[in-house]
Every structure is written in C-alpha cells, then in structure tokens.
Design a protein around this ligand. Structure first.
Ligand code: EPZ
Length: 416
C-alpha cells in the first residue's frame, strides 16, 4: 500500500519535461516479439505497467531489461507463446500480446484480461478480427487458445475505434499473407507511434492517425531502435493541477496538438495558455469558471483518460460543468472520494454534474484506479489542509515519480 500525503494550497510554478507515454510503450513492448530481433527503446517511463510487460517478455523467454528510460529487448530467444493468468491479471492491456504471439508463433494462449475498474472491457473486437484473419480461437474458462498456422490479410471493419483492437490487428497483420486493411481504426497518437516502431521493424504500415490503417509485407530487421513519444495524459494531468492551484507552469517536450481538447477546456475555464510546437505554458489565477458540457470521445475528441483529472480541476469552478463519459461504463469511481473533499458532484449513468464549491477540505481518500487516483492528487493540491490517499499502486501504474515531479513545481506532496 502506498500513501500519498498532500498539503494543498501551494501554487505550481516552474518547468517540467513530460514522461514517455505508457500507452505508446505497452503495444511497442508487445510488438518486440513479432520477429526475432533486438530492440532498443528510449524515453520509456518507469512504471508498474511497464514492469509487468517486461515480466511477460521474460516469461516468454526474451531478454528484457530497463535502465532508467532505456529498455533493451532481445526476442531471438523467445521460447513460449503462453502467458499465465498471474501475469495477465497484472495489466489489463496484456491482451495486446495476443496479436504479437500469433504473428511470431502461429498460436497464443493467455487468459482473458480481468474486467477492470472501468467496466466490462470486453475483447470481442480483437477476437472477431483475428478470426477474420484465419485464427481459430477457443475460449474456455477464462482462457483463450488462439491458433493461426497461417494468418491471411483481411479487410476488417471496426464498429468502434478500439485502441487495443486496432493495435492487436496491426501486430497480427505483420505476419499475415497479403494485405490487411483496418477500417474504422483508432486514431490516437499511440497508433502512429506503433506504426513508426513496426516500420523500423521492417513492416509496411501506413495510415495510422486516420481511420484506415493498411498493413503489408514484413521484411524483418535484426536491430530496431525507437524513441517513445511523450505522455499526453500525464501532460493533461499536470496542466489540470496547475490550473486549479493557480500557477505558472511550462510543460516541455510535448506536442500540444495531442491534448488540444484538454487545453481548450482549460482556456475556457480562464487559464492563459501559450503553446509552441514542443511546449505549453499555462498560467492561472486558480479560481476557474465552469465550462458547461464535456463529452469524452475517441481521438481526436476529448480523451476519457483526462476526464477524471479535468473533473478534479473544476471542483471549485464557478457554475455547472456537465460531463458525459461515452467510452467506459464505469469511469466515475473517483466521484464519491472527491465528494469527501467537499465537492458537489451528482452522477446519473454516464452523466456527472459538477457544481463549483468555494473550497475543498483535505481528508483521507482511497485511490480507486489509475486516473481516478491522479484526480484525487489534483483535487488534494487545491484543497485546504492535508489529504492522504491510500493507494494500492494504481497511480504508479501510469505516473513516473509523480511526487518528485510535482514537488519540483512547488507542490507539498510526499509518497510513503
Ligand atoms: C486504451 O484502452 C488505453 N489503454 C486506455 O487507457 C484508454 O482509456 C482507452 O484506450 C481509450 O482511449 C492502453 O492503451 C494501454 P478501447 P483499450 O479498446 O484499448 C470497448 C489509461 O488510463 N471495447 O479503445 O482497452 C471497451 O469496453 C487507460 O491509461 C469493446 O466493446 O480501450 C471500452 O468501452 C485506461 N470491445 C471502449 O471500447 C473490444 O473488443 C474503449 O476501449 C474492445 C473495446
């Protein structure tokens, strides 16, 4: 159990570099097994989820290690295509290894990723796409047995732009005979990052960032090098913290276009935002204005992962903010905890209505999930008094040395 200790009321001031992206790192770590090669990755964040992915790689027989932001993988020694439940359950997105293992070994055995805190999180779109490519998939008691001695290229239409399904198809398609076209593909920046890695691996991939991704032949390289893009959700979180504490913060090494919807709401709330192509400076007097309607949507819409942290930033914003969460069924678990700080939030189904209050008062909270826990930190920073967050490791799944990073900006926060 980790304990976050926050004394609120401090303005955030200064500059910080944004960590590498968790959601770009994880699919690339899985993709490293597609062909026998050595991979060097730079700017990989030190996170619990990255550790979990490295453990899976080692279990599969690969050499995989991280030193600071550098990860080196040698997948030539891969000797298994089976991921046990104990490793699968550590990280929801471990299902992303399925496409990579089917591509490399022609088969994969893994357990269904647990229904996470955000809702059911099915993988039907992953499985139906792989079946269209010729895989035989059997589900038995929470285990998935996937066999595809010969994957065939296919025209796949995704009814919903699932990030994970798009990534899994891209990985499997690298080994398919013939071209694969994904219609209705996810457009997140992490998809383009994966395309860059697969190209470095020798795969013909194009269209990432649009709703049509095409994967052709693979001419495998032996050495692959890639730098992980910055984390747009961590950038959004720090921007939200600066906005509600009253601050003057410069985020460096980040592409503002990748979280422009978040910045637009913070500007509407009264922040002064100046962007260059690699940095964002945000100034705020602290007391924000409510922003009316916020609806989460697939990229380039407002990201569901930023919903909890923007909610936290708006708890004292004058007026009513109404959020509609369209991506996950159960992504308001942070609400009861935020209300314990004195927030005025009412939820009904996918709608959350936030009435700005004059002040928040620190208390003891329990982190419910990764972004919900981050929202509690944001709210604690703007509350009066002390906030303690009991956290069974949710926050460190996605935020690298977050206490030190916020302390460097003037926050009174420690992690025990
Ligand atoms: C990725 O999850 C991210 N995780 C999530 O970030 C992010 O919230 C999500 O994309 C949406 O942007 C990683 O990249 C590791 P989806 P993923 O498949 O791939 C439904 C964080 O905080 N769905 O786009 O699981 C699903 O139930 C995490 O960093 C199906 O119905 O998201 C959900 O409602 C949280 N069938 C919606 O689609 C499927 O086969 C979005 O899921 C797949 C998904």
């Amino acid at each position: 159990m980790e304990l976050w200790h926050i004394r609120g009321g401090k303005r955030l001031e200064g500059a910080c570099f944004v960590q590498g992206s968790k959601n770009a790192s994880l699919p690339i770590l899985a993709a490293s097994v597609i062909c026998p090669a050595s991979t060097q990755l730079l700017n990989v964040p030190q996170l619990r989820d990255v550790d979990a992915a490295l453990r899976i790689l080692r279990h599969l027989g690969c050499r995989a290690e991280q030193r600071d932001g550098e990860v080196s993988i040698d997948s030539r020694s891969l000797s298994s295509c089976n991921i046990p439940h104990s490793l699968m359950e550590e990280m929801r997105s471990s299902v992303i290894f399925m496409g990579a293992l089917v591509a490399r070994c022609g088969e994969a055995r893994l357990s269904l990723p647990g229904g996470c805190q955000l809702g059911r999180r099915p993988i039907d779109l992953h499985l139906s796409a792989l079946r269209q490519m010729g895989a035989e998939i059997r589900e038995d008691g929470g285990e998935i047995f996937c066999s595809a001695p010969e994957l065939k290229g296919a025209e796949i239409v995704l009814p919903f732009p699932s990030v994970g399904a798009t990534e899994n198809i891209m990985l499997a398609a690298c080994a398919a005979k013939g071209e694969t076209v994904i219609h209705g593909a996810a457009r997140e920046p992490e998809i383009a990052a994966l395309q860059d890695y697969l190209r470095a691996m020798g795969a013909e991939v194009r269209g990432a960032g649009t709703d049509t991704v095409v994967i052709g032949a693979l001419r495998p390289e032996k050495q692959i090098a890639c730098r992980i893009i910055p984390d747009r959700i961590v950038a959004s979180t720090i921007a939200c913290a600066a906005a509600c504490t009253g601050g003057n913060v410069e985020l460096r090494g980040i592409d503002p276009r990748q979280f422009s919807t978040v910045l637009r709401f913070l500007k509407q709330a009264g922040c002064d935002i100046i962007s260059t192509d690699r940095s964002v400076r945000l100034r705020s007097e602290g007391r924000l204005k409510a922003v009316g309607e916020i609806s989460t949507a697939p990229y380039p819409g407002f990201p569901t992962d930023a919903q909890p942290v923007l909610m936290a930033a708006l708890l004292k914003a004058r007026g009513l903010t109404r959020i509609t969460e369209n991506i996950f069924e159960n992504r308001y678990r942070q609400v009861p905890e935020l209300c314990r700080l004195g927030a005025d939030i009412v939820t009904h189904g996918r709608i959350a209505e936030i009435w700005g209050v004059d002040s928040l008062h620190g208390t003891a909270l329990t982190a419910t999930d990764l972004r919900g826990g981050a929202a509690m930190i944001v709210a604690g920073l703007s509350a009066q008094g002390e906030t303690l967050i009991c956290d069974e490791g949710h926050i460190s799944r996605g935020y690298e040395r977050f206490d030190a990073r916020l302390r460097a900006l003037g926050a009174d926060i420690s992690l025990a």
